[in-house]
Design a protein around this ligand. Structure first.
Ligand SMILES: Cc1cc2nc3c(=O)[nH]c(=O)nc-3n(C[C@H](O)[C@H](O)[C@H](O)COP(=O)(O)OP(=O)(O)OC[C@H]3O[C@@H](n4cnc5c(N)ncnc54)[C@H](O)[C@@H]3O)c2cc1C
Length: 208
């Protein structure tokens, strides 16, 4: 490994490289690596999980008790409600902002923004009596079809380690082999392992 070539052709020389792109973006980056087909196949099998978030501005407060509230039974519609007023001392100015998050939004991701907001409002009204007559001032739906890698049963063994057959090229990212699921902790641990492996590597002829 002598460096990285960017899409515009610029080459950045490097003593070592850590490839830390998501599994959904790894294809084509490691073609010169003998084991690239194995890594690409694992990346495909690990798959993706969608997340949908809605920034919902209402004409009145919901009556939340804390900055983050999980909705038990909200799976597939809303998992968590984040109260931005409480989180950031936001001044409502006539519009109270709530961020609604749905992880594993396999069905929701295919719905229209209007459908998503309508079904989320229905759930909000079930959990928060104050929302019964609330009007939507503005709603912004953010769809992330490839938010994280998927963690269905039986996929843990597919996750590639950080080392590659090229001693100064490492893989990192939450989807590589770690003790964690798709989390910041996993990303951090993968980086720690990749860097540790690189520091243990001494290039041939290098007496440092
Ligand atoms: C909506 C949402 C909510 C989440 N909530 C939580 C949470 O509450 N707690 C938690 O622990 N985790 C959460 N996660 C998961 C967490 O964000 C990820 O596990 C973590 O960011 C993974 O880090 P990473 O460095 O592996 O990948 P990423 O953070 O995805 O970084 C990969 C980087 O590679 C870059 N890239 C992609 N392709 C290329 C390319 N060809 N060349 C160069 N660069 C490229 C991307 O631009 C990106 O900067 C959430 C994720 C999402 C999407």
């Amino acid at each position: 490994m002598t460096g990285v070539r960017l899409v515009d052709g610029t080459e950045i020389p490097a003593d070592a490289v850590i490839c830390a792109v998501p599994n959904s973006r790894i294809h084509g980056l490691l073609d010169d690596l003998p084991e690239h087909a194995e890594i690409y196949a694992a990346a495909d099998k690990l798959g993706v999980t969608p997340i949908v978030s809605t920034n919902l501005y209402l004409d009145r407060p919901l009556g939340t008790k804390s900055a983050m509230e999980a909705l038990i039974g909200g799976t597939g519609v809303i998992d968590e409600v984040f109260d931005r007023q409480r989180m950031h001392h936001r001044t409502p100015d006539g519009a109270w902002l709530y961020c609604l998050t749905t992880s594993g939004a396999y069905k929701q991701i295919h719905k229209s923004n209007d459908e998503i907001v309508a079904e989320q409002l229905a759930l909000i009204r079930r959990y928060y009596p104050e929302a019964a007559a609330a009007k939507v001032v503005h709603a912004q739906v953010v769809k992330m079809p490839k938010a994280t890698f998927s963690q269905v049963l039986g996929t843990a063994g597919l996750r590639p380690g950080q080392r590659t057959s090229v001693p100064n090229l490492m893989l990192a990212g939450d989807w590589t082999r770690t003790d964690w699921s798709a989390t910041m902790e996993s990303a951090a641990q993968s980086a720690e392992r990749a860097v540790r492996a690189l520091l243990a590597y001494t290039p041939a002829g290098d007496q440092r």
